[in-house]
Design a binder for this molecule. Sequence first.
Ligand code: ATP
Ligand code: MG
Length: 289
Amino acid sequence: MKINIEKFRIPAGKKVDLDKWPTLVKPFYQSEKDYRDSLGAGLDELTGLQKKLYASNQYSLLVIFQAMDAAGKDSAIKHVMSGVDPQGCQVFSFKKPSDEELKHDFLWRSNCRLPERGRIGIFNRSYYEEVLVVKVHPEYLRPQGIDPDRIDRKALWKGRYESIVDSERHLHRNNTRIVKFFLHVSMEEQRKRLLSRIESPDKNWKFNLEDIKERERWSDYMKAYEACLAETSTDQAPWYAIPADDKRNARLIISKVIVETLDSLKMRYPVADKAKARELQEIRKLLAG
Ligand code: ATP
Ligand code: MG
């Protein structure tokens, strides 16, 4: 079934009301087999495009995942990227910042992990946490040397959105292409998933009591996401709000967005020039004996 990715793209420069963005849409697959076939076809395309990205050595791709807990970031990354050459793809998961990271500006730790030219870099959480979890918990600013009670917080967030947009503009200018996914899961679906982390022994390890505390701040998080998506979705580095209550459907949409983004670069394998072609023929003769 054809997926129109534009339907999920957050338009640049407009207000965002997440209640109006679906967490569930009609599935793009008819059966488990159909899902596997579609995901497999996406993987084949992605593998081919990743080879070209590597060979042409001109662009890199940064893919950012943000979401509430248990929205399916990890499994989406695993399934969507499972066919890609591990040498051409790097995944980084950003957790609470270390003491060293806190001594630097808020973009520093991710700058060191940006994908090299020719590669795909995946950020499982990212510098966006700095305008999401930190906005919900302004006390996290203290270890950054900022007293949340003595500053104009509105101006701080505005400044951070601007820094992010400027930084992404700089990356785009330097041939890093960026796509950003917000996995939009409903509170009810999250409840079910957290419950299953308690009920299934093999999922117990995933359960984290902190997730329950963060869940209580759901509406604050949604407000933070709405502001963030509105301020930082740009034509060059767009956000996609992916309905995530159905994990399979979410993966099919994500796969399609990544494939279309890479495909739009119109990459080619480098072609040997005349001198190189002559040299190759000489070597061929030698090898043929
Ligand atoms: P899952 O969806 O499976 O729960 P996860 O991405 O939440 O995976 P965790 O190890 O559970 O991984 O949590 C990482 C935690 O680190 C998150 O709660 C996130 O908000 C927090 N974090 C990430 N970056 C920052 C930051 N810059 N400041 C404060 N907290 C951060
Ligand atoms: Mg978590």
